[in-house]
Write a protein that binds this ligand. Structure first.
Ligand SMILES: [Zn+2]
Length: 82
């Protein structure tokens, strides 16, 4: 039983990470390679995915709640609402 449930968890984790990775191209196509907040140019190194409504405030992982943000803005915002 333990083996089955830990396998399931692994499968879920893999699914979750691949879903998150796959959203990146969608967001870049939608918003371009720029920070949603300060509109600075993003590179693959500075690009982060930010939750418009933070998870702690009831936000989710859907595309419409995700924005591209530079590392700095992502850090600065923390859990605050827009
Ligand atoms: Zn920014």
């Amino acid at each position: 039983m333990t083996a089955i449930s830990s396998n399931t968890v692994r499968k879920y984790k893999r699914l979750y990470t691949s879903q998150k990775r796959n959203k990146r191209p969608h967001l870049i196509a939608k918003y371009g390679m720029q920070c949603f907040w300060c509109e600075c140019q993003l590179t693959n190194e500075t690009l982060t995915i930010d939750h418009y409504i933070p998870l702690s405030k009831g936000g989710n992982h859907q595309i419409k709640n995700l924005r591209l943000a530079c590392f700095e803005c992502n850090q600065k915002r923390g859990n605050s609402l827009p």
